[in-house]
Write a protein that binds this ligand. Structure first.
Ligand code: FAD
Length: 488
């Protein structure tokens, strides 16, 4: 008899699990609360413009790297085509002085040496380190076999020397401008380890990290199509409320409409906290799980999206901008000294001819928006106010932008919660081995519960899909059936 697998959630993790399970001969069914696939990997249309909510950089766009094979297996490539913008970003200080962070490392070296000639040796060391990652992708670990992982493990020991934070590394520059702008070049995450940035810029150089044209939802839909072609069944507007357990084994789910659905194995792609503490009522936890979810974090990076459809051609602009403001400005719950912009002029399919999408991304607090949302009038007024403030701030860099706006869209943490179920993030308190398992995309179970796996994560698409792949491999091995990944 064919064994049945139920998957809760049609994010990229859930869809990937579905694809690999179908390839290996299981009967599968996905239950998704929303009416679309993709989860966090999404975009939305407003008045002729497509506003994107996810992919800045997709790892695995180059056939010479391991992740490419995974995307091929699950049908994510080719969506339309992959784009490789020439900038990682451009930083501009209050005076308008610009640092072009090119992904071409020779060009970047020239730019940096022109801006900070006295820092030649620091720049040489930085470029040399980035070059290491032109042939090495830290995100491909879920695809490594045991021998590959051992090799990588020893390689990682040499990479850890670049664990210094971006802000700390910047202090090596004697040039005050470089000292100030350098920490912002990785999504303005000033306190992130340097190797995260080196990995990204090195892989952008080698065209292993790119952006699928057409937006994130198209990317997710391509995987959904592959799943359906493989014979998978997907139910939308189907919200799971409970995981049914008998004798400490997951046997099915109960939906919000009261129906029950049974299977031999259950996989949840839903944000881990909801799965563990809501669907399973916190019954399958130990000290480690409790510790991982002990500290909710109220702040979220990129939690507030101000998207603008502009009657303006941005095709000659860099793909991202960090703009230092002349003086701090309060936007929503925080004082801001910079604005982080994404400019989508590099993908003409997202806007009508000659027009473009521009987005400002801000970090924000869950509580702030949850409280505001209790009063819909104030919530909507605040969203409008934010859009106006942002537009005024952009006027200096983009003259006449206020007249050129055709569509405005502000998405908050409440929007994210409604569409994905994510209502907080957590300080995971992970030790070395947990971090390593996470990076390797090891299958995740809960203590004392059989027939059940968690997939998916907030840290990136390759991690979600890679963990799903490894989970199905593990299920195949326990069921004594061959794991059969294949391309179309
Ligand atoms: C702003 C932003 C930018 C990002 N940029 C990048 C990037 O550039 N590159 C990259 O690789 N990654 C990026 N990511 C991360 C990436 O989007 C996520 O890691 C990935 O999409 C997570 O997929 P998932 O399947 O694990 O989870 P999710 O996408 O969260 O999917 C979970 C699914 O479960 C569904 N669900 C929830 N509750 C229920 C329920 N009760 N019943 C049924 N279904 C339910 C949700 O609707 C959703 O579809 C970004 C994320 C964000 C938010």
């Amino acid at each position: 008899m064919t064994k049945k697998v139920i998957i809760i959630g049609a994010g990229v993790g859930g869809l990937s699990a579905g694809c690999y399970a179908q390839m290996s001969g299981f009967e599968t069914e996905i239950f998704e609360m929303h009416n679309l696939p993709g989860g966090q990997c999404t975009s939305w249309k407003r008045g002729g413009y497509t506003f994107d909510g996810c992919i800045h950089h997709l790892a695995g766009c180059n056939p010479n790297f391991l992740l490419y094979k995974m995307w091929q297996e699950i049908g994510a490539f080719p969506t339309r085509s992959v784009l490789f913008p020439e900038h990682m970003c451009q930083v501009e200080d209050e005076t308008g002085k610009r640092f072009n962070v090119y992904v071409d490392l020779e060009r970047l070296e020239q730019e940096m040496k022109q801006l900070a000639p006295q820092d030649s040796s620091t720049i040489d060391a930085y470029i040399k380190a980035a070059k290491v990652f032109t042939t090495l992708d830290m995100l491909d670990m879920p695809m490594l076999d045991r021998a590959g992982f051992l090799k990588r493990f020893f390689k990682m020991a040499t990479i850890l020397k670049w664990g210094v934070l971006m802000s700390k590394f910047a202090q090596k520059f004697q040039n005050t401008y470089m000292c100030k702008v350098f920490p912002t070049i990785q999504y303005d995450w000033t306190e992130t380890p340097l190797f995260v940035h080196l990995n990204m810029i090195g892989n952008c150089h080698s065209k292993n990290y790119g952006v699928p044209a057409g937006g994130s939802l198209e990317f997710a839909k391509a995987i959904e199509q592959r799943y359906k072609k493989l014979g998978g069944s997907i139910n939308y507007n189907a919200k799971a409320e409970k995981i049914l357990v008998e004798n400490d084994k997951a046997v099915g789910i109960k939906l919000a409409d009261g129906t029950e659905h049974r299977a031999n194995t259950l996989i949840s792609d839903v944000f881990a906290h909801s799965t563990i503490f809501s669907f399973l009522e916190g019954k399958y936890v130990d000290a480690k799980v409790n510790k991982q979810f002990a500290k909710p974090k109220d702040d979220i990076e990129m939690g507030l999206h101000v998207s603008l459809g502009l009657n303006r051609d941005l095709s000659k602009e860099p793909r991202a901008l960090v703009l230092f403001l002349e003086k701090p400005v309060k936007i929503a719950d925080k004082e801001r000294t910079k604005l982080d912009l994404e400019l989508f002029g590099y993908d003409p399919s997202l806007a009508p001819v000659g027009k473009s999408v521009l987005k400002v991304l801000l970090n924000t607090s869950f509580t702030y928006w949850r409280e505001l949302h209790k009063n819909p009038e104030r919530y909507n007024a605040q969203k409008q106010q934010i859009a106006q403030t942002v537009l005024k701030l952009l006027e200096k860099r983009f003259p006449r932008i206020q007249e050129q706006v055709e569509v405005t869209d502000v998405a908050t943490t409440v929007t994210t919660e409604q569409f994905t179920g994510i209502d907080s993030t957590y300080d995971m308190n992970w030790g070395f081995s947990d971090t390593l398992n996470f990076m390797r995309g090891k299958p995740k179970t809960l203590p004392g519960l059989g027939g059940f796996f968690l997939v998916g994560r907030q840290a990136g698409l390759p991690g979600s899909a890679g963990q799903a792949r490894n989970t199905i491999k593990k299920i195949c091995s326990s069921e004594g059936v061959p794991f059969m990944p294949k391309t179309e």
